[in-house]
Design a protein around this ligand. Sequence first.
Ligand code: IPE
Ligand code: IPE
Ligand code: MG
Length: 240
Amino acid sequence: MAVKPVHVAIIMDGNGRWARARGLPRTAGHRAGVEALRNTVRAAGDMGIRWLTVYAFSSENWSRPKSEISDLMGLLKLFIRRDLAELHHNGVRVRIVGERHDLEPDIRALLEEAESLTRDNDAMNLVIAFNYGSRNEIAAAVRRLASEAARGVLDPQGITAETLGAYLDTAGIPDPDLIIRTSGEQRLSNFLLWQAAYSEFVFLPCNWPDFGRADLAAAIDAFAARDRRFGGVDAREAVS
Ligand code: IPE
Ligand code: IPE
Ligand code: MG
């Protein structure tokens, strides 16, 4: 049987180009992107994917025009308001990773509501990376480690890769097996740098609003055909 990824992470890119190709404003691309997200969560659930992480807003996206930022914040709110009940009904647990304190209080409240309402669900996990950047995440973890060491409650000699992992926003979340990026770009853009150490990558030419069930299925098939060695040798070679 084909190996299915436990955790699929998606860099949802290309909303702006999708809109431009249709002579529409960028915000229309973001709206269509939310529709693709909704369909992708359903499809991933149907395919038995246990963890789905989506990159929705990066710590660098603050450099965009104010109006676009406010559109993106509005869409996050709309997504949670409109979709939370369905997610909850389908047993989806929602978690948000990223910096919260520089978000508007009403957004923070919605994120907290989504997490607390769904905290006991276990059919599937949806992780939304919002105002997320890996370098900030790692720096924040190191700050906490350093302050605990300075207070004498943590032995610096005992710090391992696992220790650091447990201080990241993604503590308790398995590393992504498969990372998909749409829009033809082939880079991480500060997404899950630490967690992606042994992820498989699938880069798709389509823009995010055009991503559908068939694309997800094809990416999962491509993953199943990969030979993951984690630095070792493959199973057949090991016995010969
Ligand atoms: C992805 O689409 C959505 C976010 C980054 C929030 P873009 O807005 O980056 O679309 P392009 O890359 O400009 O086409
Ligand atoms: C990455 O896309 C962030 C998200 C998809 C949320 P960007 O469009 O911001 O990345 P770059 O600027 O092309 O690297
Ligand atoms: Mg982009």
